[in-house]
Design a protein around this ligand. Structure first.
Ligand SMILES: Cc1cc2nc3c(=O)[nH]c(=O)nc-3n(C[C@H](O)[C@H](O)[C@H](O)COP(=O)(O)OP(=O)(O)OC[C@H]3O[C@@H](n4cnc5c(N)ncnc54)[C@H](O)[C@@H]3O)c2cc1C
Ligand code: FES
Length: 259
């Protein structure tokens, strides 16, 4: 990390794209040099600073879930936001990659898909209209969909797509990359372990962050105390053994919250 990476830059929003009723992509004026999987701390003036994956060198895709993301949804073309980063590590970029994502969890994997590094992409959401990036992913990958209500694709959880006959041999992939709700990723983790290929798993964790640069400790995960912002956000399967992964997360004050 260079010293000036920790200072925010101000960028202008050039375009806003509505991806789903609750997800928007914000394209900004400056290109950042980054690796797929890295994130930026986004300063929403007057509200908060929140972590967001880069979906390209000059965009983030945001799901409205609370105060800061709701405030960001009020921003439009010409408005300015602050960015620090990019921070954190990245997904692997070699070999045959399987991606397994829930909803906005597809965001950090978009740059990998765009550069033709993902062969098969499993994407799930509650309904068809909540599935983000479908056209783009369909162009670049072999895309399989699942929805809770069966409005498109398999009816059920995205993890059920791992039972498709041609995916049963997970060991044939060089890497299996996952991002989304942690309970979903834990199901992927359990499957990889029972299939004897946990070392092929890469999981991008979306934990509560404050500083984004390894100082405050708010993003640490038990039992190893790994910092999601610096040792992550992408963790190898074997790093996430029997700790808090898939069991509980932390609020801003450090208290545990069940997943
Ligand atoms: C590395 C990383 C990459 C992420 N990438 C994306 C992305 O590409 N798109 C996207 O929509 N979201 C992403 N998130 C999640 C996003 O940061 C949170 O949804 C956002 O911070 C919520 O802020 P809020 O004020 O709107 O919601 P709040 O009202 O504060 O909280 C709503 C929920 O978000 C969680 N949350 C709140 N603040 C943070 C925080 N600083 N860090 C992590 N979680 C928090 C809370 O625990 C709560 O469950 C990412 C998180 C991390 C750690
Ligand atoms: S967010 Fe401060 S140490 Fe990770």
């Amino acid at each position: 990390m260079r010293m000036d990476d920790t200072l925010p830059i101000v960028v202008r929003i050039e375009r806003v794209i509505k991806e789903t009723p609750s997800i928007r992509t914000f394209m900004f004026s400056q290109e950042l040099s980054f690796c797929p999987g890295q994130f930026v701390m986004v300063w929403v003036p007057g509200v908060d600073e929140i972590p967001m994956a880069l979906t390209s060198s000059h965009s983030i895709s945001v799901q409205k879930v609370g105060e800061a993301t709701e405030a960001l949804f009020a921003f439009g073309t010409g408005d300015e936001i602050g960015l620090r980063g990019p921070f954190g590590n990245a997904f692997p970029q070699e070999g045959e990659i399987l991606a397994i994502c829930g909803g906005i969890g597809a965001a950090p994997l978009l740059p990998l898909a765009r550069s033709d590094h993902i062969s098969t992409f499993l994407l799930g959401a509650r309904t068809e209209e909540e599935l983000p990036f479908v056209d783009l992913l369909d162009e670049c990958t072999n895309l399989l969909l699942a929805t809770d209500d069966g409005s498109i694709g398999l009816e059920g959880r995205v993890t059920a797509l791992m039972d498709e006959p041609h995916l049963k041999d997970l060991g044939k992939f060089d890497a299996i990359c996952s991002c989304g709700p942690e309970a979903m990723m834990k199901t992927v983790w359990d499957r990889l372990r029972s299939s004897g290929c946990i070392e092929k798993g890469y999981f991008s964790l979306q934990r509560y962050m404050k500083c984004g640069i390894g100082v405050c400790g708010s993003c640490c995960i038990d039992p190893l105390g790994l910092r999601t912002c610096t040792e992550g956000p992408v963790f190898r399967g074997e790093q996430l053994g029997d700790g808090e992964f898939g069991r509980y997360a932390r609020e801003g004050n450090g208290s545990k919250k069940p997943l």
